[in-house]
Design a protein. Structure first.
Length: 263
């Protein structure tokens, strides 16, 4: 077709699971073995632990160690800014600029690059919108493919041996920040990610919690039962673990003990 720009650059966005090397799927392993260059954005203690797990995955699953790493610092986000969305937008802009130059400068024609995404790329991860934005803005051209991974939400459910909902019920997936605005009406099951503060003041009384930190890793902690009885304990575990490791990553399901009646 006239004017069509052809490329032989390929980018994999590979979901690597949320913490356990055994979460890596066969599809991910097949993709990992095609990659020439891995792009890593590094930041702080948490990120260096996560970067180490990414490297372990490559060492364990890639047969020919001829691949290379390109590590760049992750642009810091201003988490003190209460205007959360604008901050995310400017952070994504900075990330887009970094990804664009990585693909333009570090990936040769005919090569495969990869971003290893924690958990699954569909859940609270900016990689896919950023790649779409780069393609829309040009001039960098590449193909990309997405490999799903086991998310923290799935790991949480498996480790607690529960389904995320009871028969026919809705599930809402949200952030700690949004939950602090109020527990959603007409939903019996709420999965919460990205919760720095665990502000559960607005949560009704009749709630069970299924909480998991560092899921899939050797530091994993699981707690489940009545929220009212467990909240203080969970807060204390969070403080202690955060002090010990320097960071915490946790996810939880809140479930109404008595389901809402259908209207
Ligand atoms: C930016 S989101 C990314 C989610 C990821 N894409 C996924 O599929 O799980 C990061 C949040 O995921 C949750 N999370 C990720 N890995 C986790 C783990 N191993 N244990 C507990 N929570 C985890 C935490 O709520 C954390 O704040």
């Amino acid at each position: 077709m006239a004017g069509e720009i052809r490329t032989t650059k390929k980018v994999f966005v590979i979901g690597i699971g949320a913490g356990n090397l055994d979460y890596v799927t066969i599809q991910a392993i097949n993709a990992l073995n095609r990659v020439d260059v891995f792009f890593i954005l590094d930041k702080g203690q948490q990120k260096s632990d996560l970067a180490r797990i990414r490297k372990e995955i490559c060492e364990r699953f890639i047969e020919d160690p001829a691949y290379r790493w390109v590590e760049v610092p992750d642009p810091a986000r201003d988490t003190s800014d209460p205007a959360y969305m604008p901050d995310v937008a400017s952070w994504r802009e900075k990330r887009a600029a970094i990804y664009r130059s990585l693909i333009a400068d570090e990936l040769k024609e005919g090569e495969c690059g990869a971003f290893l995404v924690w958990g699954d790329p569909s859940l609270y991860d900016g990689t896919l919108p950023i790649l779409e934005r780069i393609l829309a803005e040009g001039p960098v051209v590449f193909e990309y493919e997405v490999i799903p991974g086991i998310s923290s939400m799935q790991a949480l459910a498996a480790r607690h041996r529960i389904a995320l909902n009871r028969i026919g019920e809705a599930i809402q997936i949200t952030t700690g920040r949004r939950l602090a605005e109020g527990f959603p009406n007409n939903v019996d099951n709420v999965v919460v990610l990205l919760d720095a503060d665990m502000d559960l003041q607005s949560v009704p009384d009749d709630i069970d919690i299924y909480w998991g930190a560092y899921l899939g890793t050797e530091d994993e902690v699981l707690v489940s039962g009545k929220l009212k009885e467990l909240l203080t304990d969970i807060e204390q575990i969070r403080r202690a673990k955060r002090a010990e490791k320097g960071w915490i990553m946790d996810t939880y399901l809140l479930r109404r003990t008595t389901p809402d009646e259908e209207p």
